[in-house]
Design a protein around this ligand. Structure first.
Ligand code: URA
Length: 442
């Protein structure tokens, strides 16, 4: 085969065969294709799209470019979840131990934050000693021992995806649905879980800004996972305002712990229960058949929060991965910022917007996020928003608290945050948590 023929075929809008796609990705993985040919192919895919079969073939080629975790040694139906990335999204920190505490193994490889969206690994690293670098063997050993592992992607998982993403990033070809869907699902397939719950965020603080685009991406990912013989469900969730109150690494760990203790922001708790219900329901239908209804799944999750089992599982996870559990027992021991300032409402009214993107920028300006993968981050800094869209406030009520370690950064973040909230004299309806229906495996 010749790369130029495959590029031209896609350029002219024809359908690539499985063999062509696998040959192309394989050659790229083994460095026998120059970047300029791969870049040209990416642009052709971006402009011409891919059909369902091509997208599945690309997904499998990416998944098979490296190691695939074999989780058969772990007893039970293993589930995983993936969020397309948002602001204040600490769902994995709550839902993974919550579901694992119900006896359903959760093996999850997470990512780092980049740009606006936070990353679970950065949050976990706010816990002193927590080791996110797990080998494939360690993932499996933890799954067998304690039914949960939460770490980073091993280098051998879908290596072609990492290389391809780097090229997409510099060739304007990131926002292509088949490229995004195959990138996300290939990593989930290589990580081995039997069932995958996808949480596709939509809104101003998300990758997908419109419901239509989010639904298309979600449908495509569920279709690919199904064709790759995995069970999948995708939820569409709102990301116009931050999830929960806290945005920033240690702040989010503290909020997750509070939620596992039975408190926490109502929206975060409800969001975690909804994602957890999908994970248990999926396992219940295929595995030990305990959670045949969503009501039964929800009751188990609520019980595990109330009786302390979910928090105990998180503690067990932190201990097993080398973290300082005293920070879970007493979140005041997590890294703390030296400067704390609360902004207040400038007027009476209903909160019309809490712009997730503006809150994310403020947290980023404080040093909670990174522009490049290698940038350092400050685990202690961030923002706690005290209001949600639809809340009625009076002038002088607390709107948001800034946690900073640098006065200049604090001043900048303050300016940004002042643009985050808007008011309305008329009542404003709260934002929905989810846009139903969820998209299921067909
Ligand atoms: N996340 C991924 O893993 N890949 C993409 O292409 C976009 C978001």
């Amino acid at each position: 085969m010749r790369a130029v023929d495959i590029i031209a075929k896609k350029r002219d809008g024809h359908t690539l065969t499985r063999d062509e796609i696998h040959w192309f990705i394989d050659a790229f993985t083994h460095d026998t294709l120059p970047d300029y040919q791969v870049a040209a192919w990416l642009m052709a895919v971006y402009l011409q799209g891919m059909n369902r079969q091509e997208t599945v073939d690309l997904t499998m080629a990416l998944a098979e470019s490296g190691e695939t975790l074999d989780l058969t040694e772990i007893d039970g139906y293993v589930v995983d979840k993936h969020s397309s990335g948002g602001v204040g999204d600490k769902t994995s920190l709550v839902v993974a131990p919550l579901v694992a505490s119900c006896g359903v193994p959760v093996i999850k490889m997470s990512g780092r934050g980049l740009g606006f969206s936070g990353g679970t690994l950065d949050k976990l690293e706010a816990i002193a000693g927590y080791d996110v670098h797990l080998s494939a063997e360690r993932y499996i050993a933890l799954g067998k021992q304690i039914g949960i592992a939460l770490g980073g992607q091993t280098e051998s998982i879908a290596p072609a995806d990492g290389k391809l993403y780097a090229l997409r990033d510099v060739t304007g070809t990131v926002p292509s649905l088949p490229l995004i869907a195959s990138s996300i699902v290939s990593k989930k397939i290589a990580a081995g879980a039997h069932g995958i719950v996808l949480d596709v965020k939509v809104g101003r603080g998300a990758f997908m800004q419109t419901l239509e685009a989010a639904r298309q991406l979600a449908t495509m990912m569920v279709e690919i996972a199904t064709d790759a013989k995995r069970n999948a469900v995708a939820l569409l969730s709102d990301m116009n305002q931050p999830l929960g109150y806290a945005v920033g690494n240690a702040l989010e760990i503290a909020e997750a712990v509070e939620t596992l203790r039975g408190g926490g922001p109502a929206d975060l708790r409800e969001h975690c229960l909804a994602v957890g219900v999908e994970m248990l329901h999926m396992a219940g239908q295929r595995g030990k058949r305990r959670w045949t209804t969503e009501t039964a799944a929800r009751a188990s999750l609520e019980q595990q929060i109330e009786n302390g089992a979910a928090l105990a599982k998180f503690r067990e996870l932190v201990a097993a991965q080398g973290g300082d559990v005293s920070m879970i027992d007493d979140p005041a021991r997590l890294p703390q910022a030296s400067l704390v300032e609360t902004l207040t409402a400038s007027q009476d009214g209903s909160i019309a917007e809490v712009k997730a993107d503006a809150v994310a920028v403020a947290a980023f300006e404080l040093g909670a996020g990174r522009e490049r993968k290698s940038d350092p981050i400050d685990p202690a800094v961030g923002v706690k928003v005290h209001v949600k869209v639809g809340d009625r406030v009076q002038a002088g009520a607390p709107l948001a608290t800034i946690y900073a370690n640098d006065a200049a950064r604090l001043a900048k973040a303050k300016q940004t945050l002042l643009t985050a909230c808007t008011y309305s004299d008329a009542p404003v309806a709260p934002l929905p948590l989810f846009y139903r229906p969820a998209i299921h495996t067909d």
